[in-house]
Design a protein around this ligand. Sequence first.
Ligand SMILES: CC(C)(COP(=O)(O)OP(=O)(O)OC[C@H]1O[C@@H](n2cnc3c(N)ncnc32)[C@H](O)[C@@H]1OP(=O)(O)O)[C@@H](O)C(=O)NCCC(=O)NCCS
Length: 164
Amino acid sequence: MKLIPITHENVEQLAEIMAELHSRAFTIATPKGNESWGLESILTSLSQKGVFAFLATSNEDIPMGFVLGRAVGANDKYDGEGEILTIAVDPVNQGRGYGQQLLQQAIVKARKVGAKKMYLEVACDNDGAIGLYNKIGFKKIARRKDYYVRTTAVVDALVMEKSI
Ligand SMILES: CC(C)(COP(=O)(O)OP(=O)(O)OC[C@H]1O[C@@H](n2cnc3c(N)ncnc32)[C@H](O)[C@@H]1OP(=O)(O)O)[C@@H](O)C(=O)NCCC(=O)NCCS
């Protein structure tokens, strides 16, 4: 497995690959279309302050998944904090440790920036992602009712936190 940081130099080449991975991993229909982010959203996120991403590939350079996160360091009032904005692993390669490696890499990155806590949101019925977050040590701290609007249902979000 290789973990490639997304930089100014490689973003043009890799953002499309990330968008493709995202559309394969996020397939639930919503009234606004499919829940996946698309190239524009990924590029917009990456242009924002404190946002970082890593692409995971196989040793043969086949794209497997990516994580997009944000982290800010401390100031005189607040501790630094980070969040996972999205994480996606190609469905045919899920369950092989890529998600865990990506999440851990995002935590390392956030810690380097000075974050002391990491946050994320997840749909309450997303057992795979919740299983991963529990394994890494995230704890549920809040529930946002009716947060994700899908074509067939409306589901709550869990907010999870981990000290890092
Ligand atoms: C969530 C996701 C990123 C996990 O990536 P992954 O590469 O499949 O996960 P890993 O193989 O690294 O799994 C690590 C651990 O997570 C847990 N886990 C993973 N999939 C699970 C599942 N379906 N059910 C329960 N636990 C699961 C397990 O504890 C696993 O450890 P183990 O293999 O030792 O049991 C991936 O399933 C995905 O892209 N899902 C679709 C997009 C998505 O829902 N993203 C998160 C939105 S918040």
